[in-house]
Ligand binder design. Structure first.
Ligand code: COA
Length: 327
């Protein structure tokens, strides 16, 4: 039976010009750390850091422009913009509306989603639902973050882990047959559990009665949840489509930590070369990490038409989720 499917028509990314290798964190930022410690525990070798005045909206607009260009779609076709960010330009207007204005779009609607590092999967899920119900026909789904502005640069346990950047995908309405061989987003699976809200949070910010406005993390606790929850949600997505580990062509995971990514590859029985890894170059860019990794893989011509791609992420909330997309 014919049914609506949301197709990923193009992926784009943007990284700020300034690239800071691990060694510079010790030498220039005065952080008591070493390249060896960071690489061994996380796989991170460098991160990009936004210039003063460079905002989530500006970076998101740049990523969106590249995604539209690669999709060969005119900006005038866009009727929805959904932005995942934990570092918006301001509490309101939404960063998505700023991006709408920067792209010169005056029709449709734009709004933000807050789900921390899982934000892109949440945003993609909402876009998919809106496209399949006919509320939108061409959506920009963007993850954009300036985590450098919410890091405690005196806490070496967190400040070395994150970076700034933006990624975007263009999602368009298409048709399928309701089968797992269809092109497009096959399904999305979202979860949250607020009991673990305090192991990874921004302490304070707009509307709070105190705090510092900076990121706090109990790293070991987050690690403990990550692999089991991520493996379970990817298996849930595969089962929902009658698919198995062997059907995954590419795993594009949230890029937080190479050890978590490698453990996921093992859980899903995927050879290393089937897992897209950008954490070494980008560090953890939160909601931007999956679309940035997709843009990187697409830019290298790795993902081909018909490939089944599994996306997964976990982050503050706790929130976690997965999506299966056939390109
Ligand atoms: N450089 C050098 N030493 C550091 C350091 C740094 N940047 N950060 C911490 N250390 C030290 C600690 O002070 C501690 O020293 P001590 O033993 O003398 O007290 C030691 O290294 C071990 O610290 P610990 O925090 O126990 O390290 P860990 O093995 O748990 O690794 C993480 C820390 C953050 C790398 C790890 O917990 C992790 O990856 N967690 C998941 C985080 C994540 O992915 N979050 C995002 C999810 S969206």
């Amino acid at each position: 039976m014919a049914m609506m499917r949301s197709l990923i028509a193009g992926c784009g990314g943007y990284l700020p010009e300034r690239c800071v290798p691990n060694a510079a964190l010790a030498a220039e930022f005065g952080i008591e750390t070493s390249d060896e410690w960071i690489v061994e525990r996380t796989g991170i070798r460098q991160r990009h850091i936004a210039a003063p005045g460079e905002t989530a909206s500006a970076m998101g607009s740049a990523a969106a422009r590249q995604a539209l260009e690669r999709a060969g779609i005119e900006v005038s076709a866009v009727d929805a913009i959904i932005v995942a960010t934990a570092t918006p330009d301001s509490a309101f207007p939404a960063t998505a509306v700023r991006i709408q204005q920067q792209l010169g779009i005056t029709r449709g609607f734009a709004f933000d989603i807050a789900a921390a590092c899982t934000g892109f999967v949440y945003a993609l899920s909402v876009a998919d639902a809106m496209i399949r119900t006919g509320q939108a026909r061409c959506a920009l789904v963007i993850g954009t973050e300036v985590f450098s502005r919410i890091l405690d640069w005196t806490d070496r346990g967190t400040c070395v882990l994150f970076g700034d950047g933006a990624g975007a995908v263009v999602v368009t309405a298409g048709e399928g047959e309701g089968k797992s061989t269809d092109r497009g987003i096959l399904s999305t699976h979202l979860h949250s559990d607020g009991r673990h809200g305090d192991i990874l949070l921004v302490d304070g910010g707009a509307g709070s009665t105190g705090g510092t406005g900076l990121l706090r993390m109990a790293g070991k606790e987050v690690f403990r949840h990550a692999v089991s929850k991520l493996a379970a949600v990817v298996d849930e997505a595969l089962a929902a489509n009658g698919l198995g580990h062997g059907d995954i062509r590419w795993l594009v995971p949230h890029q937080a930590n190479l050890r978590i990514i490698e453990a996921m590859g093992r859980k899903l029985n995927l050879p290393r070369e089937r897992v897209v890894v950008t954490v070494g170059q980008h560090a953890n860019t939160s909601a931007a990490s999956i679309p940035l990794a997709l843009a990187d893989a697409a830019g290298r011509g790795m993902i081909e038409r018909g490939d089944l791609v599994a996306l997964e992420a976990i982050g503050g909330g706790l929130t976690w989720g997965a999506a299966l997309v056939r390109f």
